[in-house]
Design a protein around this ligand. Sequence first.
Ligand code: FB9
Length: 467
Amino acid sequence: MAEPALLEELLRRLQEAGGGGADSGELAARLGLDHQLVVGAVKSLQTLGDVIEAELRSTKRWELTDEGKEIVEKGSHEARVFDAIPPNGITQSDLMKLPSGKVGFNKAMSSKWIRIDKNAEGGPRIFKATDCIEDAVKNKLLLVQQGKDSKLDDKEKNELKKRKLLSEVGSWKEKKFKPYNFDAMGIVPECGHLHPLMKVRTQFRQIFLEMGFTEMPTNNFIESSFWNFDSLFQPQQHPARDQHDTFFLSEPATATKFPMDYLERVKKVHSEGGYGSLGYKYDWKIEEAQKNLLRTHTTAVSARMLYKLAQKEEFTPVKYFSIDRVFRNETLDATHLAEFHQIEGVVADYDLTLGDLMGVLQQFFSKLGITKLRYKPAFNPYTEPSMEIFSYHEGLKKWVEVGNSGVFRPEMLLPMGLPENVTVIAWGLSLERPTMIKYGINNIRELVGHKVNLQMVYDSPVCRLDP
Ligand code: FB9
């Protein structure tokens, strides 16, 4: 019954009852509704203001047991025994085989509904002793089911309770409660589980955000060679640009949309030089730049962001970061797969120096608990100078490489249109290496790939990178 109809029915019943009011339990039974539904309706009426008065009564209530409900439906056992006896009687042994035989026989005898002829041929035989009976047990249970248990006295109710046909639904005060077991472990809630890589990514993201960096949009695994290599002043004949280091796409094989004025400046700086650079002096081909690939580093995204920055009317310093998947067609081993997550930080401002780069690296890695940093000169096509970053690993008692860094070359920045006195420092590392160290995983295939044991993901603890 929908709530509005129940509210109206409740009000109608109360009107009929006059000043006597109504018992919610009896009303629920009469309406065939769950008592709590009626209680809810009473509470709804109370919220309307002075519509009704209600008082809480923690009364004992009687409910039929399942057997009690069956008796209301099919009659008491003794009544069923009486109905089963044919006019010419039935042997006692056959009667006892009936479903209600054992329980109903004694009650039917004590109620003098049946009689026994012990000398009958073929053994003791049972006959009806009256023409009709009144099934008192069924009628009393029916009254209780209709919420009219007040018509039964306590003796009758307890008699039915003793026969397990009624049960007393008392208030909580009569209930016996088990003591709380404060040592009990809670049920592990069914929920999702974050992969350790995603937990560590969140920690790195938090570090960048608290350093004031903004995340770059890295939601394109596919990139053109132009943005992945040419815009970074990486020459078209560089070994990293061939098939065995890079995954090129066959469909769509080429990209065609480029900012053509910028593309011309990139072509020029590669083939003829410019901005004080000699360039690479080779015949730069747009077809090479158009080849689509799976990006080999997130520095392609940094290039796009820096180009976009250069298009603004007025240059404003920025701090960008990215953490996302990159793909390299490399030989696989226990710690290298054909893809990994690159973490990259980029700072663009006026007149930044290598000192600024070392300073930001010190701050960044100190948040990982890495304090003893040393730098080693290195080479990247798009940064000059470049430095490999090393940290002293107390556990391994040796210096381990923790990343790479550098200052983007003018041949990369000036064709974009950035002002001459703007310098851009950047660094990168992988997400897998720190994750494997943090979670004590030695083989990359235990961390990522089709052989990963999902229980490891479920069981992996929360990750904290800060010291
Ligand atoms: O992550 C790396 N090592 C690392 C990082 C953190 C770490 O944390 C410990 C818990 C405390 C431990 C180790 N490396 C870079 C170094 C090596 O693992 C190296 O063998 C593998 N490198 C990857 C590339 O391999 C093909 C790690 C990956 C890497 C290297 C360079 C860059 C990004 C990722 C870069 C860059 C860059 C440079 C200049 C400008 C912009 C980006």
